[in-house]
Ligand binder design. Structure first.
Ligand SMILES: CCCCCC/C=C/CC(=O)SCCNC(=O)CCNC(=O)[C@H](O)C(C)(C)COP(=O)(O)OP(=O)(O)OC[C@H]1O[C@@H](n2cnc3c(N)ncnc32)[C@H](O)[C@@H]1OP(=O)(O)O
Length: 715
């Protein structure tokens, strides 16, 4: 609702009340209309202030109303009524003014913000554009280049930047409503002619075409197929070239296409999925709301390689006290220098001082005796990790949580090295660990709910989106990646090139195709895993392992020392080791031809559809197996992992959402088709859960959990 009160006799105060973020639901919109009408009708009222309850101005349109039948007054006329008011209306912005919230403020005559407030038009991140006149008012207020930046990126700006850009008129460190009331009284009675943004001409640009061409090129490059950023540029162009009323019509047309698009649905699903993963549950019945985390004040990181350094930076930046341990003195000094550099660069960007004092460095593992939690981040080698866990058990005080940063090793096996396996959880960070948003929190069969809750909470504290998953080879992310990469390799055997496979996957929206990604992360990483799994053994039949098809192509490249970017060659060639520009490699093409001849394989023409379906559907099928086994509690967990950790295009929601969009029947049919053609590839055999979902009438993704529950109860 919106509550109307009177302050100092002559100020009408409208307070938006719709927890948690005072979103503009139908009731709130109606409340604003009624309150404005009332205030304008009261002769004693000289001016109005609009604010939000609980220190939050407004989080924008109520996203939960999207896709439902529209009720209540539409936003544009509400904002026009405010702008047209004959009494000054001041927005008192505390906390947030986002999307429709900022558009509401732009409809007001003045804006006063608290110094800690964040403002922005993030609609593009939900597959939309600021269609409550935001795309028309903002460029008129702050000019085209700044408006293009804010609207196409959706980034939030601080109050200080908003003041500099001219979005707000005043910033206060004190009570914002008091400041707004004082300000409103000071301008009451003055002419409002120069305060109605919709009447402003859009600031002229001499190089208008060049500015919009450059903006379009920039968003096309960054968008990877997303349509909303392009519509945002078109809407701002309308503001720059058309009268306000016509610009508004164009904004409406563009929004109509976006509002019902699959991409908007996917992005809005992704928004809620990222919040839903915080409400985790385990097959044992343990849950986020019944498991209390222990507060972590002091943590240790063991092993200061690339991952350990990133984790140390993340912890220190979040204000934790960190003991950083590396047993070799030389490596310790190198790591100290690297970590300090990362902290200094990060602090410079954020305009704060680097938290160097939060970290103490040591070459002695015994120094971790008084910490609350340890994150072991030594080399990905089970024997080494076991040794470290045994040492930790001896030196840590009772009750210390022991976490391992691993991308796929058995958490339970590691836990068995300690007298308290209930305190052990996996924390799978993604490189660079201080930048990437995703954290897979892996529980073993003996991990206690409190250990999981503590790791999930710590993830939140250091700014990660944490997803709780069960213990299995590769956990969720890498386990699903395995069939995807296998299919990519099989396609090469059958006649495709790495360039073609990558092109198809990049056109789908991945930042990098399977082969460019492998070159970046290093082919030796998978080679080591395959060796440990007993797959790379001399004397084995070249293309079969345990009765299943196997491609040794990656192993053969590694045998040649081709580890990817770091060695200057892999699936592609590079100018020099470490270079990032991948070029097609004639050597690789002849190598593939020789390989096919050696194995009696005849290259055939492979089309886009086959590449996409085999790579993506095999990955999705593994996702269904993971759900069936209870390794992930719901499809949202998988989708968040893929969007945040594996560059799955956000505007496609994630693999499980994509399967829902394609249609489960279609996914099942195509998997059946490919499995018939390749009976020796088990990952193409449709899994039981997928069949069950199709047999249950292919319910939409938000109802899959009901079917999963039934499948689990039958086991
Ligand atoms: C009906 C037809 C109208 C057509 C017109 C269309 C116009 C669209 C213009 C818009 O305004 S689109 C919306 C623009 N606003 C946003 O994108 C803001 C989204 N929210 C956020 O970025 C963050 O939530 C926040 C506001 C910065 C707060 O972050 P914080 O980390 O503090 O909390 P969260 O966990 O993210 O959120 C708490 C809780 O609130 C729910 N929520 C947040 N914003 C909205 C919203 N705009 N509508 C409905 N619900 C919202 C969020 O889902 C969380 O609840 P949950 O139960 O945990 O999911």
């Amino acid at each position: 609702m919106a509550q109307y009160t009177r302050i100092s006799g002559s100020v009408g105060l409208i307070t938006l009340k719709n927890p948690p973020v005072n979103a503009l639901s139908a009731v709130v919109r109606q409340g604003i209309v009624d309150s404005v009408e009332r205030a304008l009708g009261e002769p004693e009222v000289k001016c109005l202030v609009i604010c939000g309850q609980s220190g939050k101005f407004c989080g924008g349109a109520d996203i939960r109303e999207f896709g439902k039948k529209m009720t209540g007054p539409p936003l544009i006329p509400v904002f026009h009524a405010i702008e047209a008011a004959a009494k000054p209306v001041v927005a008192a912005i505390e906390g947030i003014a986002l999307g429709g919230g900022l558009e509401l403020a732009l409809g007001c005559h003045y804006r006063i913000a608290h110094s800690k407030a964040k403002l922005g038009l993030p609609e593009v991140t939900l597959g939309l554009l600021p269609a409550a006149a935001g795309s028309q008012r903002l460029p008129r207020l702050i000019g085209v280049p700044a408006a293009l930046d804010l609207i196409t990126t959706g980034r939030h700006v601080t109050a200080a930047e908003a003041l500099q850009l001219g979005i707000v008129d005043q910033v206060t460190d004190h009570n914002t409503v008091d400041a707004a009331v004082k300000f409103a009284l000071s301008v009451a009675g003055q002419s409002l002619d120069a305060r109605r943004i919709s009447t402003f001409p859009c600031p002229r640009l001499s190089n208008l075409d060049a500015v919009f061409e450059a903006a379009m090129q920039k968003v096309r490059q960054a968008a990877r197929g997303a349509i909303a950023p392009i519509a945002c540029v078109q809407a701002v162009r309308a503001a720059a070239t058309l009268p306000y009323a016509q610009g508004l019509e164009r904004e409406k047309e563009l929004m109509a296409t976006l509002f019902t698009s699959g991409q908007a649905r996917a992005l809005q699903y992704s928004f809620f999925a990222q919040r839903a993963v915080g409400r985790w549950s385990m097959p044992s019945g343990a849950r986020w709301d019944t498991s209390k985390p222990k507060p972590i004040r002091k943590a240790a990181v063991i092993g200061l390689g690339t991952m350990g350094r990133g984790i140390t930076v993340g912890l220190a930046q979040a204000g934790l006290s960190v003991v950083a341990v590396e047993t070799q003195e030389k490596q310790l000094m190198e790591a100290k220098q690297a970590v300090s550099g990362m902290l200094e660069r990060g602090a410079k960007k954020r305009g704060v001082s680097p938290p160097l004092g939060n970290i103490s460095y040591s070459s002695n593992i015994k120094t971790v005796g008084d910490v609350d939690l340890v994150i072991e981040a030594v080399f990905e080698d089970m024997a080494l990790k076991k040794e470290v866990f045994q040492q930790l058990s001896a030196v840590c005080r009772p009750g210390t949580f022991l976490c391992t940063n691993t991308s796929g090793l058995d958490i339970d096996d590691l836990a068995s090295q300690t007298p308290n396996p209930e305190l052990v959880v996996g924390m799978h960070f993604f490189a660079p660990a201080h930048v990437m948003k995703l954290l897979e929190v892996v529980y073993g069969p003996r991990s206690s709910p409190q250990a999981v809750a503590t790791a999930m909470q710590l993830g939140k504290v250091i700014g990660k989106v944490s997803v709780a998953v069960g213990n299995c080879q590769g956990f969720v992310g890498n386990r699903m990646l395995s069939p995807y990469l296998s299919q990519a390799n099989f396609l090469l055997e059958e006649g495709a090139t790495p360039e073609f496979v990558d092109q198809v996957l990049e056109e789908f929206g991945f930042a990098m195709g399977a082969f460019r990604m492998s070159d970046l992360s290093g082919l030796d990483v998978g080679w080591r895993v395959r060796k440990a799994a007993g797959l790379v053994v001399p004397g084995q039949p070249a293309r079969m392992r345990q009765g299943c098809r196997y491609s040794p192509l990656g192993d053969l490249l590694c045998e040649q020392g081709r580890f990817g970017q770091k060695t200057g060659s892999g699936w592609y060639q590079y100018d020099k080791p470490g270079s990032r520009v991948a070029k097609p490699d004639p050597w690789l093409h002849s190598f593939l031809e020789e390989y096919r001849t050696r194995h009696g394989l005849v290259a055939r023409r492979i089309d886009h559809q086959e590449v996409l379906e085999r790579c993506l559907y095999s990955l999705i099928n593994e996702g269904f197996r993971i759900l069936e086994e209870g390794i992930a509690a719901g499809p949202e967990d998988i989708d968040v992992i893929y969007v945040l950790g594996y560059s799955w295009p956000r505007h496609r929601g994630g693999p499980m959402f994509y399967a829902d969009m394609v249609g489960l029947t279609r996914v099942l049919e195509r998997l059946e088709f490919y499995h018939q053609a390749h009976p020796d590839v088990p990952s193409l055999q449709p899994c039981n859960l997928l069949r069950k979902l199709v047999a249950s009438g292919s319910p939409p993704i938000h109802r899959w959990r009901e079917v999963i529950k039934k499948v689990h109860s039958q086991l």
